[in-house]
Design a protein around this ligand. Sequence first.
Ligand SMILES: Cc1cc2nc3c(=O)[nH]c(=O)nc-3n(C[C@H](O)[C@H](O)[C@H](O)COP(=O)(O)OP(=O)(O)OC[C@H]3O[C@@H](n4cnc5c(N)ncnc54)[C@H](O)[C@@H]3O)c2cc1C
Length: 386
Amino acid sequence: MTVIETEEQRELRAAVAKLAQKYNYRDYVQAKGRNHEPLTELWDEAGKLGFLGVNLPEEYGGGGAGIYELALVQEELAAQGAGLLLVVVSPAICGTIIAKYGTDAQKDRWLPRLADGSTKMVFGITEPDAGSNSHQITTTARRDGDEWILNGRKVFISGVDQAEAVLIVGRTEDAKTGKLQPALFIVPTDTPNFVAQPMEMDIISPDNQFLLFMDDVRLPADALVGSENAALMQLFAGLNPERILGAAMAVGMARYALDRAVAYANERTVWKTPIGAHQGIAHPLAQIKIETELAKLMMQKAAVLYDSGDEMGAAEAANMAKYAAAEAAIKALDQAIQTHGGSGLTKEHGLASMLAGARIGRVAPVSREMVLNFVAQHSLGLPKSY
Ligand SMILES: Cc1cc2nc3c(=O)[nH]c(=O)nc-3n(C[C@H](O)[C@H](O)[C@H](O)COP(=O)(O)OP(=O)(O)OC[C@H]3O[C@@H](n4cnc5c(N)ncnc54)[C@H](O)[C@@H]3O)c2cc1C
């Protein structure tokens, strides 16, 4: 395994950073976030430049690279405060699952447009009564002739208003045993009886969350992704990229906060020297630098393992990376605010509003506690309490 980047990867980093500087947090993202408006201009330009589909197969218009490269794109965007939440779901989860498990018709229909960013597909697994316990989801599809009839509820689904379809995690009934088994369905957002209701969140974010109501939603047979028995593998294929991309967004945010804090600590003088000369300011920033680099290294390890086909190895690393990166981002923003004194709480600097955004990473896509459960059980072999 190597994390020494190739010239191509370094060039990609530089190109994404250049675009992100144009759409940086203070000049572009913050105002959009306050109005809950999507970052359409940035998304479209990133799509045209090939950044959003960098992980998707070349034959479908993608870059033919891996999750490593998509994570690199997300990290560089977030390092300017311009991380794209829907990159986590559209090309990373949905694109990966369709590329790996979709039928040829599904690949033809979705991949070229997911790759160039001209369409978005979001992802719905969380349910009001299931939450962290995805074994308990009750969204169910039953066959009716050639069609599927889908019933269920979803909660906190990001970006439904921007999306052409939602990849819904549901269950089907085994015709012989009657046992419910997971299944993934592509549900266009304009399907009759599919209702999306915006949720009132208390975070400043360009992307909104939605409650989904699906009451007898009729879907054609080919709405089912791949084959009926492959859903667990499909889910697994999508969840590692989700965690790696979540980690990338958090690593980028931590870098952004650290850059702001260091710039201010170098320039602000209230005694004889800049405040960065005081160890009370310098040491916490040095610690955050170390923790951010460590989180990034684990994210790179997860991406390299995933791209090399070691999904089990990637699962442990992706969980650890998501945990470490979210904690680093939250700490970095909190310390950036502290470094700025009163200015850290002003609208002009926008650090307090970004802190709430970074806080999402401790809860979603998988909570800090569920990552600790995973590590306790799978890495340490400890018993399960639930
Ligand atoms: C901004 C945002 C965007 C989101 N976007 C999406 C999306 O696009 N698609 C989607 O499907 N979902 C999305 N989610 C949902 C997210 O994945 C869930 O919120 C998350 O998985 C936690 O589930 P929950 O909110 O039901 O919390 P719960 O499961 O109710 O958990 C509540 C608390 O209890 C803890 N807990 C639960 N079980 C255990 C246990 N066994 N041991 C220890 N602690 C436990 C949790 O860690 C948490 O702290 C989003 C959430 C947010 C906030």
